[in-house]
Design a binder for this molecule. Structure first.
Ligand code: XMP
Length: 508
């Protein structure tokens, strides 16, 4: 395996992901991980990640120098390079100008295994304010850019240092360099898959949890579902899940969840029917933020009640995945407190639980792979994201059961038609919004006066920016016919053609 020491770079999980994609197990550990523990993992290579600090400042993250004498190949990236140089007798200083963005690297030693299969000039991604001003003894420069040392190599200790970031796609041959390091330098074998990940994680969960009990709020979304099945595989009935039917879920959601996880997986799962509670609290409220707060608070209240019922649970499991962790700093000092991720509309800050987050290291598509490997049905795994407040923020203005039922039917038609037309996977998030606007229509000989609904479909990579999906007219026509004819309560349908920004994906 490859061990990646985390110095706080926003890219460090990306390194792990790149290595795992090659079929080699990689895991990220904090930079202060005990050297003995690192050795115990038997790594074939160590990667020191980038990070925001300056090696020459007091208190800068560092490692035990003995790491360089382990006879394990090391790759230092950016901060990892500077730290290696600093500790082994080189010098690092603030650069006159920080180098940020694309740069051209000129390879000086084309015979280096690190550069196998790469042209002499290649584009890389730089992001640094410090640079190496004196090369540590034993190192030689094997590549440079116009303004900096790009790559250093220590033959005796088998250490490579790169100032750029090979893990990002802007580094055109970065992937090849990492491959070269992993396979040619570290001599790793391609023997890792999601199956191994599951095996390993199941083992870890067993060790962590022992004979204690675990509680998990299963939303039916991908992350909490995969976390639940994985933990259930490890500890069976020591895991208790509950699903809250807020009355603001999609059509048949509670049934689907209970069927999949209760009946099929035989998980300990309770469906908390809280429709009346939520709808009563929402009565007369039309302000979006207030609605969100009410839904969040009610969820917390239910969570507390479940907790009371499960007094002996020591662990709270959550489907936190890596992108959820990114914003919070990746390197946590040994004393830093863990803040729970508010995945389900806001969980209490103060909880006397230990957190169990088996998916913390994975990206969304990796979570999906794990889910598939665990046998979770595709239609539960490939779902679009669904917001915590649910239909509560898709019924514009005041929420009631009648509107929720109308919206559920319309939404179900839109989603089924997308699936039938093989478009569901083409778009990132699609749903229907119900407006508190009635308009006049005619049906048969009768005049109607019903609600207006809006189809929303967005294409996005990160949900921070999005464009509206260019769905075919015939398709939109079919959906329109079906919804207006089949859903009592809607007689007019519009298609949302706003991008984000300035609009948002949801309407509230
Ligand atoms: P917006 O509407 O801000 O949404 O463009 C971006 C993404 O976030 C989802 N979303 C939420 N998810 N709780 C969630 O778990 C929420 O309160 C919430 N609000 C928005 C939204 O569905 C979209 O995918």
């Amino acid at each position: 395996s490859i061990v990646i020491l985390d110095f706080g770079s926003q890219y460090n999980q990306l390194i792990a992901r790149r290595v795992r994609e090659m079929g080699v197990y990689a895991e990220v550990v904090p930079y202060f991980e005990d050297l003995e523990k690192i050795k115990a993992r038997n790594p074939k290579g160590i990667i020191l990640s980038g990070g925001p600090a300056s090696v020459y400042l007091e208190g800068a993250p560092t490692v035990d120098k003995a790491m360089f004498d382990l006879d394990i190949p090391i790759l230092g990236i950016c901060y990892g390079m500077q730290l290696t140089q600093h500790l082994l007798g080189g010098e690092v200083a603030k650069a006159d100008k920080q180098e940020f963005g694309k740069a051209e690297v000129i390879i000086d030693d084309e015979n280096s295994p690190f550069f196998y299969g790469i042209e002499d000039n290649t584009q890389v991604w730089m992001s640094h304010g410090d640079h190496v001003t004196k090369i540590a003894p034993g190192f030689e420069k094997i590549a440079h850019t116009a303004s900096s040392i790009a790559t250093l190599y220590n033959a005796e200790r088998n250490i490579y240092n790169v100032q750029f970031h090979p893990e990002v796609t802007h580094s055109v041959d970065g992937h090849q360099m990492l491959r070269n390091f992993v396979f040619d330098v570290c001599k790793c074998e391609e023997n890792w898959s999601m199956g191994n990940y599951i095996e390993q994680t199941v083992k870890e969960i067993k060790e962590t949890v022992g004979d204690k009990k675990v509680i998990l709020a299963l939303s039916g979304g991908v992350d909490s579902s995969v976390a639940a099945v994985l933990i259930h595989k490890a500890i069976g009935d020591q895991l208790s899940c509950f699903f809250v039917d807020t009355g603001l879920m999609r059509k048949n959601e509670a049934e689907k969840v209970m069927k999949t996880y209760g009946e099929h997986y035989h998980m300990n799962i309770e469906c908390v029917d809280a429709e009346d509670r939520f709808l009563n609290k929402l009565k007369g409220v039309s302000d979006p933020e207030t609605k969100r707060k009410i839904i969040g608070h009610e969820f917390i209240a239910i969570f507390d009640e479940q907790k009371q019922k499960m007094k002996d649970a020591e662990f709270l499991a959550q489907g936190t995945i890596y992108p959820d962790v990114i914003e919070s700093q990746s390197v946590k000092g040994p004393s830093a407190t863990i803040k729970s991720h508010h995945n389900v509309g806001g969980l209490p800050e103060e909880m006397d639980f230990k957190l169990l987050e088996p998916l913390r290291e994975l990206f969304k598509d990796e979570v999906r792979k794990v889910g598939r490997e665990l046998g979770i049905p595709d239609h539960m795994i490939d779902r679009h994201p669904f917001p915590g407040p649910g239909l509560g923020i898709r019924i514009i203005g005041e929420v009631d059961k009648e509107k929720a039922d109308i919206l559920r039917e319309a939404d179900d038609i839109f989603i089924s038609e997308l699936r039938a037309a093989n478009l569901y996977q083409e778009v990132s998030q699609a749903f229907v919004v119900l407006l508190p606007v009635k308009s006049v229509g005619v049906m048969g000989d009768e005049r109607t006066y019903e609600y207006t609904a809006v189809l929303r479909s967005a294409d996005t990579i990160d949900f921070m920016t999005a464009t509206w999906s260019h769905l075919p007219y015939e398709f939109l026509g079919r959906v329109s016919n079906r919804i207006i004819n089949e859903v009592k309560g809607i007689n007019r349908l519009a298609y949302d053609i706003s991008s984000k920004p300035p609009a948002t994906i949801e309407w509230e």
